[in-house]
Design a protein around this ligand. Structure first.
Ligand code: HEM
Ligand SMILES: *[C@@H]1O[C@H](CO)[C@@H](O)[C@H](O)[C@H]1NC(C)=O
Ligand SMILES: *[C@@H]1O[C@H](CO)[C@@H](O)[C@H](O)[C@H]1NC(C)=O
Ligand SMILES: *[C@@H]1O[C@H](CO)[C@@H](O)[C@H](O)[C@H]1NC(C)=O
Ligand SMILES: *[C@@H]1O[C@H](CO)[C@@H](O)[C@H](O)[C@H]1NC(C)=O
Length: 379
């Protein structure tokens, strides 16, 4: 065997190892055509099935039940920035390893938290297209898993716009900004601040009033400390929605009247830190999602924007839309962000992207004045 053949053989082997190490849930978002061409043949391709509808029964019920015991993490289990999905995985409503199909996620958030059907579909398909593997129809709840090793795209180039192009974003309530090197983990200092605000503005409970103050404060903290802070488009929308989930979805469904939408601190700690239902938890008594986000926004309306020259250089940038312009936010998410993450998809990748984009648009249910956009053509 000549040196040349040997070196060709070796580099082929290295390549094969890299590709075989690429998990089935690893995302194709951000890969160039050459990388996609190598990875796709190693994947178990699947036609995405239509999304599930709402469940037959949508009232309150015990969800911390016998069939869904909480279990501690095992080696290799994946958890991420979403306390809702983390909890569902730790109780077995989702596969306990943290890897699921969009269908499994929609069914789990409906069953385990009574999340409203269209809200469940919007969040799930957006996350799947931005951070999941649309060829295998799998995504992990740990956020973006990209190709690693020498072939990996440089992080700043992912999406061609910046790492803020994914679902995960800045100014989270209990998680640090990506700029500080955090990777989705629970932050005790930030949780202490959550408790402090709940004491000061909610008499020991988190409610929309607390949400309004804390959401604003987290944005101010990020403006003052994170030179790369950004809250635009999709993230502007989710930042307000998630602050509302805490008062809607994490509150026991048997609480009504003055007790509704008031979350006690033991329950909050259970979800955020332990990824566990409070003992004997009942899910919401009606399908729900971001109700109250408007109250939280109205307390201190902050327009979308970003720091442009170091800390404390925040400028408003409404070009990607946000809570005040949902149609623009949809259009830019698909036409700019998602288009940028998939430069020139072909074959199964393009077909599955288009199917998932169709599910996303249908779930949002826009009036005809906000038409669907087709960054990868129609087929
Ligand atoms: C339907 C599928 C869902 C997906 C794909 C999803 C995904 C995510 C992601 C990616 C984040 C991180 C955003 C960030 O803060 O940077 C997040 C945050 C969050 N999610 Fe979910 N989520 C889903 C459903 C839920 C449900 C059902 C709940 C409530 C039970 C929930 C509650 C939250 C909360 C409270 C945060 C904010 C955490 C914080 O700011 O510290 N999510 N979610
Ligand atoms: C994630 O955070 C842990 C500590 O919280 C750190 O050791 C690790 O290097 C981080 N990983 C990445 C990829 O940032
Ligand atoms: C938690 O957040 C605080 C405040 O942003 C920060 O100073 C600290 O370094 C973070 N802790 C960890 C472990 O990331
Ligand atoms: C939140 O709790 C505080 C303290 O009990 C109360 O004054 C405020 O009205 C509550 N806000 C909402 C929206 O329930
Ligand atoms: C979407 O982007 C294409 C160019 O890629 C552009 O021609 C089209 O006008 C955009 N659509 C919208 C609604 O912005």
């Amino acid at each position: 065997m000549t040196i040349k053949t040997l070196s060709v053989l070796l580099s082929t082997l290295v390549l094969a190892l890299q590709v075989s190490a690429f998990p089935q849930y690893g995302t194709l978002a951000g890969l160039d055509a050459r990388q996609v061409e190598r990875v796709v043949p190693t994947l178990n391709a699947r036609v995405p099935p239509p999304p599930p509808g709402p469940p037959a029964f949508t009232g309150a019920k015990l969800v911390d039940d016998r069939d869904h015991p909480w279990r501690p993490l095992r080696q290799g289990d994946i958890r991420g920035p979403c306390p809702g999905l983390n909890t569902l995985a730790s109780h077995g409503y989702l596969p306990r390893n943290g890897v699921a199909t969009p269908t499994q996620i929609i069914n789990a958030v409906q069953e385990g938290f009574n999340m409203v059907n269209n809200g469940a579909k919007i969040a799930t398909y957006a996350a799947h297209i931005l951070e999941g593997n649309v060829v295998t129809d799998l995504l992990s709840i740990g956020g973006k898993t990209s190709l690693t090793g020498p072939d990996a795209p440089p992080p700043a180039s992912i999406g061609g716009i910046s790492h803020h192009g994914t679902f995960e974003g800045d100014a989270s309530i209990t998680r640090g900004d990506a700029f500080f090197g955090d990777n989705h983990s629970f932050n005790q200092t930030l949780f202490d601040q959550f408790v402090d605000f709940s004491n000061r503005f909610g008499n020991g409970f988190y409610n929309y009033t607390v949400g309004g103050e804390l959401r604003f404060h987290r944005i101010q903290q990020s403006i003052a400390t994170n030179p790369e802070f950004s809250i635009r488009g999709f993230r502007h929308t989710t930042a307000y929605g998630e602050a509302a989930f805490i008062a809607n979805i994490f509150v026991d469904g048997r609480k009504t009247g003055a007790e509704a939408h008031q979350l006690d601190m033991d329950s909050a700690r259970s979800f955020f830190k332990d990824m566990r239902y409070p003992r004997g938890f009942f899910r919401s008594n009606k399908p729900t999602a971001g109700e109250g986000a408007d109250i939280i926004f109205a307390a201190h309306p902050t327009e979308p924007g970003h720091n442009v020259g170091g800390v404390n250089s925040f400028v408003v940038d409404t070009s990607m839309g946000g809570v005040l312009d949902q149609c623009l936010f949809y259009t830019q998410l698909v036409n700019v962000t998602i288009k940028g993450l998939y430069p020139s998809p072909t074959g199964i990748l393009r077909r599955n992207l288009n199917i998932n984009l169709g599910f996303l648009y249908e779930a949002i249910g826009f009036p005809p004045s906000c038409p669907q956009v087709f960054p990868f053509g129609t087929n």
